[in-house]
Design a protein around this ligand. Structure first.
Ligand code: ADP
Ligand code: MG
Length: 677
């Protein structure tokens, strides 16, 4: 019996070579082919020339009135002219370039339709193709490539639809299909490829999008359920010890921090696998929440790991955690790419035998050589810097540790539903008491001098300042030169009253750390830096930030940078220096000065740039949907997610009649889409 899972090589006219070529379009089986949808349609409906507008692409129907004449020009170029009689009164000259072979189809008296571009002034048509059956309709245009041509796809889709139409069944369960007023799958596929008009094509597209999102979301929901039911470790943590640790903190936790600590601890205690995303704006105090969670796992006899995106940040975390745990039985160790071989050699066995129970590091933590004694909890900081693969690798260390991913980039709905759809979410929606909002202003580069006076005033009250240097995407070397030039300028301007330090990406890690430590110790008051300081750097005494060429940065990045100030009790300022060259850049600057809300900013960023740009194409975790656009079609996406939740929520859902086709389809296509790399 035929099935949509049949390889395309089962189709007539598809040999091994063509099958290989189709693979380049990600078409491997019949279902792939039938859901390889046109991206636009040509209107092939025959038109009356009286209604035509200049340069419109149209189909004209008529009879060949005079035999074609071929003329040559240039090297090997040809022009084929003939006259098409539309009705008794109208004759239109038609020209085809470089298709001399068409001559054979153009005998006088032949009836045909010609698709082409209409020239109103000359009342002529530049022919593009000849349509034999003159009944018009809509011509489907597919994304094609060098190996597989447009015409090939059209023919294959036609023959596949004809042969497989009887086995196309509805995947979306009947009640949902009715609730969301969707087409039957068979009709949807038909009308996507062979619509009778615009309305039919649009209705089909809506169903196609819904189906695509629905299948994806159903898979996510299944993964999420499995996470919740499979092999989780139940941590019997020591509540008394945990309370003692919290009581010893130099501050009281905010209400929001307490709430998320409870959510996390509840997950730790349950015998289910935790896969939780901790969202909180910059400065909301995620680190201490992570520390409490890690301590809980440790009091239950497990190890905890914290993975940070940069060595600087890893080192800072290690230092902070060592301080936090100074009076508690926790052995903190740091493992990064910069760890010296000798140190590494002592450390690895200690990780393997459990002497070290809190390991902080970069992606060095997930190298195969690193084995853990009993990794219970893995925390990923600023997780948007990591690919899904790296998160996955950490998860696969040891016995499926619970995972807590932290992000300061609030997740717009689109991403929450796609890239993070399989995770539970905790939100810290409150800043520690006493924080003053950061005042952000935007100046032109010719106003810098006045600003420097403002910076000096801040410094004279004992504060410190960051100066962020321009971002040159192409070259770290140029970044460094910029940083050095600005460093020289600030030295001249501020020293000897205030000392100026420099930090850039080309420095060795030891040097970077020495600079950070010195700045933290207030050994110098102005730090000129490239974006290496973007993530996580914590110096509460710094209250001013100057950002050069701010229009070169994205909103999310500016917000991260700005989050380096406003960490103490003093009021802070962020000054954007920018001479934006276009509307979008102006909009970014005014958005920055008008809100401190990371959520508003990331939504705006998503609208302005799209998900791939925000998180990095490969890393966004947003799959490449074929018809749906997860940003533009957010409403359909949300509805599909809701529908998928309903489907999977009922016990034994896969055995219900209405869901049989869906379950069968998902089980035979398990490899698709949710493998997010
Ligand atoms: P982020 O969420 O950006 O990672 P951090 O964890 O670095 O924020 O915390 C920012 C600063 O706030 C740190 O200096 C931290 O010690 C401090 N902090 C965290 N929680 C509180 C709290 N409840 N009250 C006061 N300060 C806090
Ligand atoms: Mg942080």
């Amino acid at each position: 019996m035929v099935s949509l899972n049949d390889a395309v090589s089962e189709l007539p006219g598809v040999g091994p070579k063509r099958a290989q070529a189709l693979k380049s379009l990600e078409i491997e089986n019949v279902n792939d082919l039938l859901t390889y949808f046109p991206f636009r349609y040509e209107d092939l409906q025959a038109k009356d020339p009286a209604e035509l507008t200049d340069q419109a692409k149209v189909t004209l129907k008529g009879t060949v009135a005079a035999a074609p004449v071929i003329s040559r020009f240039g090297r090997r170029k040809t022009r084929l002219n003939f006259r098409l009689l539309l009705d008794e009164h109208t004759i239109i000259p038609v020209t085809f370039f470089n298709q001399p072979w068409l001559k054979d189809k153009l005998e006088v008296g032949n009836e045909l339709a010609v698709y082409g571009r209409f020239d109103a002034k000359r009342q002529s048509l530049a022919g593009m193709k000849i349509i034999a059956s003159a009944d018009g309709g809509m011509g489907s245009i597919y994304p094609a490539n060098k190996e597989v041509r447009q015409g090939t796809i059209q023919k294959l889709v036609e023959s596949a639809y004809e042969a497989y139409e009887p086995v196309i069944v509805d995947l979306i369960p009947e009640p949902l299909r009715e609730q969301y007023r969707l087409l039957h799958r068979r009709d949807m596929i038909h009308d996507m490829h062979f619509p009778t008009g615009d309305a039919a094509a649009q209705a089909a597209r809506r169903t196609a999008k819904f189906e695509e999102f629905y299948l994806f979301e159903t898979r996510l929901q299944i993964v999420k359920q499995q996470d919740h039911t499979l092999h989780g470790q139940a941590f019997k943590y020591d509540l008394t010890k945990l309370k003692a640790f919290i009581a010893a903190l130099p501050y009281e936790l905010t209400t929001a921090q307490k709430r998320v600590v409870n959510e996390i601890c509840f997950d730790l205690k349950r015998p289910v696998h935790m896969n939780r995303l901790l969202q909180g704006d910059v400065g909301s105090g995620k680190t201490v929440v992570a520390a409490i969670a890690m301590y809980a796992a440790i009091t239950a006899g497990a190890q905890a790991a914290l993975m940070a995106p940069t060595e600087i940040l890893a080192e800072q975390h290690a230092n902070n955690l060592a301080k936090l745990f100074a009076d508690f039985p926790v052995n903190v160790a740091l493992l990064t790419g910069a760890t010296k071989p000798a140190a590494r050699k002592t450390l690895l066995p200690q990780i393997a035998n459990g002497t070290v129970n809190l390991i902080v590091g970069t992606h060095a933590l997930i190298q195969p050589e690193v084995t853990y004694h009993h990794l219970g909890l893995a925390v990923v900081d600023e997780q948007h810097r990591f690919g899904v693969n790296q998160r996955q690798a950490l998860r696969e260390k040891g016995q499926q540790p619970d995972v807590l991913a932290m992000t300061a980039t609030p997740i717009p709905r689109t991403l929450a539903i796609t890239a993070y759809g399989e995770m539970d979410v905790s939100v810290i929606n409150e800043l520690p008491a006493g924080r003053q909002p950061i005042k952000t202003s935007w100046i032109r580069s010719n106003q810098v001098d006045a600003t420097l006076r403002q910076v000096k005033a801040e410094l004279s009250s004992g504060s410190q300042a960051y100066v962020v240097t321009p971002l040159i995407e192409e070259s770290e070397a140029v970044d460094m030169k910029n940083a050095e030039a600005i460093y020289a300028r600030f030295k001249e301007e501020f020293e000897p009253t205030y000392k100026v330090g420099l930090l850039h990406g080309r420095m060795k890690n030891d040097e970077k750390n020495a600079v950070m430590d010195a700045f933290k110790a207030n050994e110098f008051q102005v730090l000129v830096a490239t974006t290496v300081i973007e993530v996580g750097v914590d110096v509460p005494n710094a209250t001013v930030m100057l950002i050069y060429d701010a229009d070169h940065f994205g909103l999310a990045q500016l917000h991260q940078l700005r989050g380096r100030v406003g960490r103490g009790k003093k009021a802070s300022a962020c000054i954007l220096i920018a001479d934006p060259k276009n509307e979008l850049a102006v909009e970014r600057m005014t958005t920055m000065t008008s809100t401190n809300d990371g959520f508003v900013l990331s939504q705006k960023d998503l609208e302005l740039r799209g998900p791939g740009d925000i998180l990095g194409k490969k890393q966004s975790g947003v799959p490449d949907f074929k018809v749906g656009d997860p940003v533009a079609d957010l409403n359909i996406l949300s509805a599909a997610q809701q529908a998928a939740k309903e489907t999977v929520a009922s016990p034994n859902w896969a055995d219900k009649d209405a869901n049989l086709a869906l379950a069968a389809f998902l089980s035979t296509t398990a490899h698709q889409n949710t493998t997010m790399d």
